[in-house]
Design a protein around this ligand. Structure first.
Ligand SMILES: Nc1ncnc2c1ncn2[C@@H]1O[C@H](COP(=O)(O)OP(=O)(O)OP(=O)(O)O)[C@@H](O)[C@H]1O
Ligand SMILES: [Mg+2]
Length: 400
């Protein structure tokens, strides 16, 4: 792997703060900004793997085999539906890896060695999605990466957790990886209307300064719906505020305004089987949409929510509405002159139709995002359809 590759561990031992959502959608946003990006799933929950439509029960090799020395990193990397975005998936077996490696010498550096042995075409970014714990898997990410990126939720307990994380990063830096530092924190599921969020972010800025990024990822139901379709937010609803926010975050990280690639509209395979989407509802929105993809999110924060129209694609949509939908991007693979290495092969196999013409959508279709595929109304449980492991619905605990 090239020395210029930015290797970033996306971590926070607090659960449910947006690590996976950020790894997937920031990775996709960077890819749309013409970077070559690898996202790695180091979490036995396999959420990232499912999010990009890879089956964690798949027999193909995954990062589990890489950690166990049974496969190379290059053997497990796969393309995704986003040009330039690749994934190293997890499998359900990863839950046992910490125990299996318990007596292995040098076990905390296995991922770093795998990165260094990779002969794949160099990536600009490698983002590693960590589990919500500071065990051996997270340690491997911290040893393999130079940067730590911390999604946070601006609530009181966020501060406590950050203290611990800061301590661990300091320890790893001192003993195992002198290059390691926290380079970014981003407020996820952000609610600009609460005083608490402002107060907590103020405290975090006092402690960490500019490491706390200006961009925020606002609460947006489209971000919560996209994984059940196995799509990034840009494939699911490119006109959502979730897509806007992740694009703005990518541009802040890159330090430049770029004209992003626009993905062609990919129809939902199971749409014809689904019942019609419910009629559009009017509901309170949480904040007005940003004025543009590269606009600072902060500008919208002071404005009270407005009444907007949203068509829920699932039950949750009615409680957490989205911004209004401008027309979907007009496009076949409308590139903006960027070269996105590896993209051509990836999209060619994934983007219908065969004649390469853009898929026309009426403005009505563009305004109403599709309902979730019935068979995937909830993300498939990694433990479903057994054959491998009996299926606890709760998070597996590798310690037990
Ligand atoms: N900005 C957002 N708006 C609405 N929902 C969100 C947002 N970000 C994440 N979510 C949803 O919140 C839940 C938790 O997010 P996510 O899985 O990314 O967190 P996590 O930190 O990876 O969790 P874990 O610690 O379990 O790995 C998911 O259902 C996700 O779809
Ligand atoms: Mg996660």
């Amino acid at each position: 792997m090239a020395k210029t590759t930015r290797r970033v561990a996306v971590t926070n031992q607090k659960g449910g703060v947006g690590k996976t959502t950020t790894t997937v959608n920031l990775g996709a946003a960077l890819a749309l900004c013409h970077k070559r990006v690898l996202i790695c799933d180091l979490d036995p929950q396999c959420n990232l793997t499912v999010h990009v439509d890879v089956d964690p029960m798949d027999e193909a090799a995954s990062l589990y085999e890489v950690l166990l020395g049974r496969a190379t990193l290059d053997e497990v990397i796969r393309p995704t539906g986003v040009p330039g975005l690749f994934v190293a998936p997890a499998s359900v077996d990863l839950a046992g890896a910490e125990q299996e490696l318990a007596t292995e010498v040098g076990r905390e550096a296995i991922l770093r060695n795998a990165f260094e042995a990779s002969e794949a075409e160099p990536f600009d970014f490698v983002l590693v999605d960590c589990p919500p714990s500071l065990g051996l898997l997270s340690l491997n990410a911290l040893v393999a990466c130079d940067e730590v990126f911390v999604p946070i939720q601006a609530e009181f307990f966020a501060l406590q957790g950050l203290g611990k994380l800061h301590e661990v990063v300091g320890l790893v830096q001192g003993r195992l990886n002198p290059n390691l530092s926290i380079t970014g924190m981003v407020s996820c599921r952000h609610d600009p209307s609460t005083k608490l969020a402002k107060a907590v972010l103020g405290d975090i800025r006092d402690h960490f300064g500019d490491v706390l990024l200006e961009s925020v990822i606002r609460r947006n139901v489209k971000l919560a719906e996209a994984p059940s379709h196995g799509r990034t937010i840009f494939e699911y609803d490119a006109s959502s505020r979730g897509a806007d926010d992740y694009l703005a975050l990518a541009m802040e990280l890159l330090g430049e305004d770029v004209v992003p690639l626009v993905l062609p509209v990919r129809p939902f395979e199971d749409d014809e089987d689904d019942e019609p989407a419910p009629a559009a509802e009017t509901a309170d929105d949480e904040a007005p949409p940003p004025t543009g993809t590269s606009a600072s999110n902060g500008a919208a924060e002071e404005t009270p929510g407005a009444k907007e129209t949203a068509a829920p694609a699932s039950k949750s949509a009615s409680t957490e509405p989205d911004s209004p939908k401008p027309a979907a991007p007009e496009s076949s693979a409308t590139t903006t002159g960027a070269s996105n290495t590896g993209a051509a092969n990836t999209t060619a196999s994934r983007v219908p139709p065969a004649d390469g013409k853009p898929i026309e959508r009426s403005s009505e279709q563009a305004a109403v995002p599709p309902a979730p595929r019935r068979a995937r109304a909830t993300p498939p449980s990694p433990w479903a359809a057994s054959g491998k492991t009996a299926a606890p619905r709760t998070r597996p605990n590798p310690e037990t």
